[in-house]
Design a protein around this ligand. Structure first.
Ligand SMILES: [Zn+2]
Length: 399
């Protein structure tokens, strides 16, 4: 569809732009979309003419969700493991190897069908940008094909060859790190924008993690880290040391971890003022699905750290694609205000992906937005579990 589109009669518009922080809310507003971009934002009463007009009837309109952490390339199902956990078994991360076996055995088309199904499911729930990781192949060929398939549906692809040491390397992790940094990275890098590592006891220690991330940086990949999920550890500070765009999970933080994140503050010329270079991305779906303590978002926010929310969508520890669910959890369980949680799920996710073209509705931004069946963004947390996303517009195209 070509031509301009005026999204009009918006009761409450979340721009994440200038104005009341953090959401930059406008009332009785309109958004003009041209060629996939936001061309104009202002009062309905003074809206310019357009080829088409979409009257949203006073509904709330927000930037589309930015889900900056998801593992969609896999095969198989771990519902039985979830049931066992709910019956009292602890989560150790060991189940990742179950998915690795199923993923290696799957055909390209089977993997592609799962990625497209989950990407579509997320899109219908308002997620207009989604980062997708590899990490269930763990061979040169399987990691490369995972990223190739992910790249068909997103520009934010992440090489996670260092998800877990696969069974065949269990007694020689040094050799596996050599494989990841050598032939696996070489095969993955053409299809990846980011590199990630699961820096955790039972996965990769700090020296291996540093080596892997440095190899990725050397070939131009941006850094992200799975850090401090299952217990205290060095992952967060390693991420800050390497200038990671994001450290993800952050469930167990020491004062030194929070200080490190806060010390990554930079003065930015953008409208948000100072924010941390390394974002703390919180993934409450994982704590929900593993019945674990939630991270303390309030502590990070009070220290001035930039916080993002993401789903961690994966078959083992967080099989949800719903950003609205994560917003509700963050408000109820992590001491975030609804405004902070909605910002973290939109503009925060964009920061975690180092992108300034999404997560905001200001002139020049990508026209990615969602129209709620509700008068206010507050309903995303106030009405948990309810399908409130009436319509999604991506790249200026109503879906
Ligand atoms: Zn993850």
């Amino acid at each position: 569809m070509s031509g301009s589109l005026l999204v009009d009669n918006i009761g409450e518009l979340v721009t994440n732009g200038p104005g009341t922080r953090p959401l930059g809310i406008r009332r009785d507003a309109a958004v003009l979309v041209e060629e996939g971009r936001v061309a104009w934002v202002g009062p309905s009463a003074t809206a310019p003419a357009a080829d088409r007009r979409l009257d949203v009837g006073g509904a709330a309109v927000l930037p589309g969700f930015v889900d900056s952490h998801a593992h969609l390339v896999f095969a198989g199902d771990r519902a039985a493991e979830f049931a066992a956990r709910m019956a009292g078994e602890p989560y150790t991360g060991g189940g990742i190897r179950t998915t690795v076996g199923a993923t290696r055995a799957a055909t390209d088309d089977e993997l592609r069908a799962t990625v497209r199904r989950l990407r579509g499911e997320a899109l219908r729930q308002g997620t207009t940008t989604m980062e997708i990781k590899s990490g269930y192949g763990l061979t040169v060929a399987d990691e490369a094909r995972s990223l190739r398939i992910a790249a068909e549906v997103t520009e934010d692809t992440t090489f996670l060859g260092a998800h877990v040491v696969p069974a065949e390397y269990a007694d020689r992790p040094d050799d596996y790190v050599g494989l990841v940094c050598g032939p696996m990275l070489a095969a993955a890098a053409p299809h990846a924008k980011w590199i990630d590592v699961f820096c955790e006891r039972g996965a990769f220690d700090v020296d291996h993690s540093r080596a892997i991330l440095a190899c990725g940086q050397a070939v131009g990949l941006g850094v992200r880290v799975h850090a401090n999920q299952l217990g205290p550890g060095p992952g967060v500070q390693l991420g800050v040391e390497l200038g990671a765009a994001s450290v993800d999970h952050c469930t167990y933080l020491s004062d030194a971890d929070v200080d490190a994140l806060a010390s990554s503050l930079v003065d930015c010329m953008c409208h948000e003022g100072p924010h941390s270079t390394t974002v703390a991305t919180l993934l409450p779906g994982a704590e929900f699905s593993t019945r674990s303590p939630y991270p303390d978002a309030r502590r990070l926010l009070d220290a001035g750290v930039t916080v993002a929310l993401a789903t961690d969508c994966n078959p083992g520890s967080s099989y949800t694609s719903s950003m609205a669910f994560c917003v509700a959890l963050a408000v109820r369980e992590m001491r975030m205000t609804p405004a902070e949680a909605v910002w973290a799920a939109t503009a925060g996710g964009a920061r975690a992906l180092r992108r300034d073209d999404i997560g905001v509705l200001v002139p020049g931004a990508r026209a990615d937005l969602m129209i709620l069946d509700a008068p206010s963004y507050l309903h995303l947390a106030y009405r948990p579990g309810v399908p409130l996303i009436r319509q999604v517009i991506r790249n200026g195209v109503p879906l």
